[in-house]
Design a protein around this ligand. Sequence first.
Ligand SMILES: C[S@@+](CC[C@H](N)C(=O)[O-])C[C@H]1O[C@@H](n2cnc3c(N)ncnc32)[C@H](O)[C@@H]1O
Length: 238
Amino acid sequence: MSVDLEGRTTDSSWRRQVLEVQLSPSEAVRRYSMLAPAYEIWARLMESRPRRRVLELANALDGESILEVATGTGAQLVSLAARNPSGRTTGVELADGMLAQTRRRLRTAALDSVEVVRADALALPFEDESFDLVVNSYMLDLLPSDDIPRALAEFMRVLRPGARLVLSNMTKGQARRQSVWDWLYGHGINLTANCRGVLAAPVLSELGFEQITREYMTQLSFPTEIVTARRPAAPSST
Ligand SMILES: C[S@@+](CC[C@H](N)C(=O)[O-])C[C@H]1O[C@@H](n2cnc3c(N)ncnc32)[C@H](O)[C@@H]1O
């Protein structure tokens, strides 16, 4: 990524492959708030396998500081917190309806120590270098393209040196029937609540993340990428 004198990012090849979103960020968040009571139906149909894989790759260890950004209904946050009973697990979400679902799910699971904050992924209310693991699922795919590197830079900021990031996103379909979602979105038929296929790995690389991996999987033809990366470790003092 290159940055111009005003601090704006300039075009790079992933931008040419990724459609621009149709809804403003505030309208998208308003829709997710409304969709919150029914969102798990969609998630179980389209995203249950990717969610399991995210948890495997995240490999949350007890005692860690773990952040999930955009918790949605809280299903993944509950799984992360259950693996981290003596650590610190924190969730961030912007939509009030989703926040209410997350809090309800944590109460039901008796995970009262989990902190949940209403905040924007682009301005996380946490100190630099404060987490061992950041998890973020199906959020980058509904942000305007310019906001994708901003969100990832914010994740980099709060990760400790050497700490890990696990993302799942709607991505570009690799087969024709998996590309139909983007085709429909590009033709103004928005069945995905503003999500379109994105490619996070090149953005992570531009930002200086290391050890980047990407897996592609589909569920009912819905294409997901699961991307892992690490913030570079601090340079040794020798
Ligand atoms: C498609 S849902 C995914 C929810 C959850 N991560 C999951 O996988 O089930 C996207 C979520 O991102 C949240 N979101 C969108 N923009 C956000 C932002 N800038 N900061 C925090 N959350 C955001 C929405 O409110 C919504 O809950």
